[in-house]
Design a protein around this ligand. Structure first.
Ligand code: GLU
Length: 457
């Protein structure tokens, strides 16, 4: 039975990608907020039972990204609590014991079917236009035969025995009641032939043993939930509450994918998005936000967010909107903080970070416009290094002929000034004087100077 009334929520990322996926970051944010709202605990459990998709180093990078976002967890790898270990590959014995309990109760059975047999079952079903699922043939093996074959170490799996009649329903906190016909639910494998549990068994056992009160996850798991509900019932355990969040989408409404959008948190960090801006942007996708109210922090989310009111249509990921929000956060930093973030994040080459006073002057000039930390250097490099100015760029506004006399005139006008008198006002007067004398349009005169100084249009 569920041990306490306490709210305990978890995210359960699998280390199958290079870093934290933004979909998981979204689930993590909602779980974190929900835990805070209810004086509960936010837990991270790593689901690494699919050894074929395991990516080395991914666990550490996922945890690091969560902390970078400010989503500190109360229990998880490295933050041990009384329900650990929090990495599934360290809990294998538990899943085996629990699978055995189900076999003993008659709720699960050993299956010795080979890949060829399973193919053959599937092919027949395809020809007959039937749903593709296991036909339960091993369920009817006598216990003597099963013993015998296990003794001979025949490769096998353990499957759950799903009743063929009736329906399985659950109440989703966001979507209300959802029900599935049992005859369409497959006798899912619980323990694979390599002895590892499948997701379905491990998630149920762990959510129960870790006393998870609310399972918050992406809507792509809705069709798995009835399988889990049946497992809870087979064990005789109380169900947690479920909430399935809409998936983030590409602009064309397809499920957010690597091909159309960067999906890993590491990319956003490398680009110079600030964690508070990402959290804020995710927050704007959760529930409708009025124009003008788009900027808020995690405290406001904890105060105002209502999980039962989440938008169920999957929001489209809009990089430009995120960039705009990032710009707001950048503008709200002090010049010192922004300079520090640029230096610490490696956005200014080490060789140019010693003169902080000079850096601060450039930062103060650029802060208004900057939307991404990674754009800083590209746009301001000329303050440190004389740029290469390609001829085509230099002559894109004024012809080479005009240019070769205009630029020396500007230089000589400026050289007449004492450098200590340089101010934007004085420079503007002098440069306007040259512009009028040369009968150039302001755009021609000043854009040309901008190109000459920065190497950029
Ligand atoms: N390991 C699953 C995933 O990668 C977790 C699903 C769940 O939260 O139950 O998304």
């Amino acid at each position: 039975m569920q041990g306490s009334e306490k709210v305990r929520v978890r995210i359960a990322p699998s280390p199958t990608g290079e870093n934290l996926h933004i979909g998981h970051a979204n689930t993590a944010l909602v779980s974190y907020i929900f835990a805070k709202q209810n004086n509960g605990r936010f837990i991270v459990r790593i689901e690494d039972t699919d050894r074929t998709r395991y990516v080395e180093g991914s666990i550490d990078r996922i945890l690091e990204s969560l902390l970078w976002l400010g989503l500190d967890f109360d229990e998880g790898p490295g933050v041990e609590g009384e329900f650990g270990p929090y990495i599934q590959s360290e809990r294998l014995q538990l899943y085996r014991e629990h699978a055995k309990k189900l076999v003993d109760k008659g709720a699960a059975y050993h299956c010795f079917c080979t890949a060829e047999e399973l193919d053959q079952i599937r092919n027949e079903q395809v020809t007959k236009g039937l749903p593709q699922m296991y036909d339960k043939r091993c369920k009817n093996l006598s216990s003597e035969e099963v013993e015998e074959r296990l003794k001979r170490n025949e490769p096998h799996v353990i499957r759950v025995d799903i009743p063929k009649e009736g329906t399985t329903a659950f109440t989703d906190m966001i979507r209300g009641e959802i029900s599935f016909q049992n005859e369409l639910i497959d006798d899912q494998v619980l323990i694979k032939s390599d002895g590892f549990p499948t997701y379905h068994l491990a998630v149920v056992v762990d959510d129960h043993l870790m006393e998870i009160s609310h399972v918050i996850r992406g809507e792509d798991w809705i069709s798995s939930t009835p399988k889990h509900v049946l497992l809870y019932q087979a064990f005789g355990w109380e169900l947690p509450k479920f909430a399935h969040l809409p998936l983030l989408r590409n602009k064309d409404k397809s499920k957010l994918s690597k091909r159309k959008n960067p999906v890993f948190m590491s990319w956003y960090r490398e680009q110079g998005f600030l964690p508070q801006a990402i959290v804020n942007y995710l927050g704007t996708l959760l529930s409708p936000v009025a124009e003008g109210d788009e900027i808020f922090g995690i405290q406001e989310l904890v105060r105002d967010f209502d999980i039962t009111k989440v938008n169920i249509t999957g929001p489209a990921w809009d990089q430009d909107k995120l960039k705009w929000i990032n710009g707001v956060y950048i503008r709200n930093l002090t010049v010192e903080d922004l300079s520090e973030k640029l230096v610490d994040g490696g956005f200014v080459p080490d060789s140019h970070t010693t003169d902080r006073a000079y850096l601060a002057k450039v930062v103060a000039l650029e802060q208004e416009r900057l939307k991404l930390l990674s754009e800083f250097w590209e746009q301001n490099q000329f303050f440190w290094e004389t740029p290469e100015v390609p001829v085509e760029l230099a002559t894109s506004v004024l012809s080479e002929e005009v240019l070769t006399s205009y630029l020396p005139e500007v230089i000589s006008a400026l050289s007449e000034l004492d450098v200590s008198s340089w101010s934007s006002k004085v420079l503007e007067e002098v440069l306007r004087e040259v512009q009028t004398r040369r009968e150039l349009k302001p755009r021609e005169a000043f854009l040309t100077l901008h190109i000459a100084v920065s190497g950029q249009k």
